[in-house]
Design a protein around this ligand. Structure first.
Ligand code: AMP
Ligand code: MG
Length: 403
């Protein structure tokens, strides 16, 4: 059995970033940049007014307030005259309009007295006041966005401002989901004694989609080697990554590893010193293209948690992201935690922020088959393998979940 740290390192080490492709900016949200973006021009691209007001020469307001300035033009955004402002003159200007030649400051409209063709200024105006200078946001030639960054909505905005209608991104991972278990019913089937509904496939597809990968549902297969081989062969044709659930523990019908091996995949590990998800297994199949198979446990808690800890960062790596690890914070445990030595425990917690620090509280049952408490958790506290007790007030590491 390997440690959580070793298992994660193995998983991350195997990840190969997928190919690049071009997409329209409109389709690029939450994809990952496959190129550094070099600004083709500055932003702003010309000096412009930050206010509705009057463009003037600051020198004219240096002494003897009030000063009377003669109005020479009107400058609106997209409709401007750009006439020079000479000594003793000013131009009416709207937000976003180019600052006319000669002017070096803008005084807001509400601060002056407006006359038909003059304004009265009552204070000294500083050079540069209320002007947004060319290049103060972005300089031409600057690397404004780095390869491997997630295209968030502000990134979309910046790319649009710089005139990128297409961008190079990485291909999204295609992730197949196969639920194994002869006890599984489809969710629209009536419950029968001894059978349960297949919830894992649904929860996993939601998690896959939430990391902007493409889920493909291969339904349920019985605990039968032949049936599993048929379905997994189909899945391997279509997918970069396959997630199976169930069938990886010590039971007589835990056949998933045998099936992965039949398909020519190579085992990277089986069993991790963690709770839940001890029987987690990871295989790689290398032909022309590298494929990855995660044998997730069957219990819904183990599935959800192993996805957050292993699969989500792995999918982020495949999609080219530099920031692939979960956000980790320190929190103060609200209460005592007791556990056995030997396995790292993932504790489902609710985080709250009080008096400048995060507090973590268990959301109730931590049983790996328990679904309800997962829905109440916004973090996973990592209680290290060697620890037996956590005292109230002790600090713990918590991973924020993105489910
Ligand atoms: P297994 O490792 O196959 O023995 O499964 C462990 C537990 O998880 C059993 O109680 C299963 O019934 C349950 N389980 C397995 N697959 C699913 C699934 N797709 N949805 C919900 N529960 C499941
Ligand atoms: Mg099973």
């Amino acid at each position: 059995m390997i440690s959580y740290e070793e298992a994660r390192n193995h998983v991350f080490k195997e990840a190969r970033v997928l190919e690049e492709e071009k997409v329209a900016l409109k389709k690029a949200y939450h994809r990952v940049l496959a190129e550094n973006i070099v600004a083709p021009h500055s932003l702003p691209s010309f000096n412009n007014s930050a206010m509705d007001g009057y463009a003037l020469r600051s020198e004219d307001t240096k002494d003897n307030q009030p000063v009377i300035l003669e109005l020479v033009s009107e400058e609106a955004a997209g409709n401007f005259q750009n006439l020079p402002v000479k000594k003793g003159q000013a131009a009416k200007i709207m937000t976003g309009a180019p600052v006319p030649p000669g002017a070096d400051a803008v005084i807001p409209r509400e601060e002056v007295d407006e006359k038909p063709s003059q304004i009265v200024v009552f204070r000294k105006v500083k050079k540069g006041e209320n002007i947004r200078f060319k290049g103060e946001d972005v300089r031409e030639g600057e690397i404004v966005l780095e390869k491997g960054s997630l295209i968030t909505s502000p990134v979309v905005g910046l790319l649009a401002a710089l005139g990128f209608s297409f961008v190079k991104v990485y291909r999204q991972p295609v992730v197949g989901v196969v639920a194994t278990g002869s006890e599984l019913l489809e969710i629209d089937q009536p419950l029968r004694p001894g059978f349960i509904r297949n919830s894992n496939s649904y929860a996993l597809q939601a998690q896959i989609a939430s990391t902007n990968s493409i889920p493909v549902d291969f339904g349920v297969v019985a605990d039968d080697v032949e049936e599993m081989v048929v379905t997994l062969k189909k899945a391997l044709k279509k997918c970069d990554v396959i997630l199976t659930t169930g069938g990886v523990s010590m039971g007589d019908y835990d056949l998933v590893k045998e099936v992965f091996e039949k398909l020519g995949a190579r085992r990277i590990f089986w069993k991790v010193a963690q709770k839940p998800a001890k029987p987690l297994t990871f295989y790689v199949k290398e032909e022309k293209k590298k494929r990855y198979l995660f044998g997730l446990p069957g219990n819904p808690g183990a599935v959800a948690i192993s996805f957050e800890e292993y699969v989500r960062p792995f999918l982020k790596l495949l999609s080219g992201r530099k920031d692939y690890l979960p956000i980790e914070i320190q929190a103060k445990m609200k209460h005592e935690v007791k556990k056995k030595k030997g396995r790292l425990n993932f504790l489902r917690v609710k985080l709250t922020y009080q008096n400048g620090e995060y507090l973590a509280e268990s959301v109730g049952s931590q049983g790996s088959g328990v679904l309800k408490t997962l829905t109440r958790a916004n973090g996973l506290a990592l209680i290290p393998a060697e620890v037996e007790f956590v005292q109230p007030g002790d600090r713990v590491q918590v991973h924020l979940v993105e489910w």
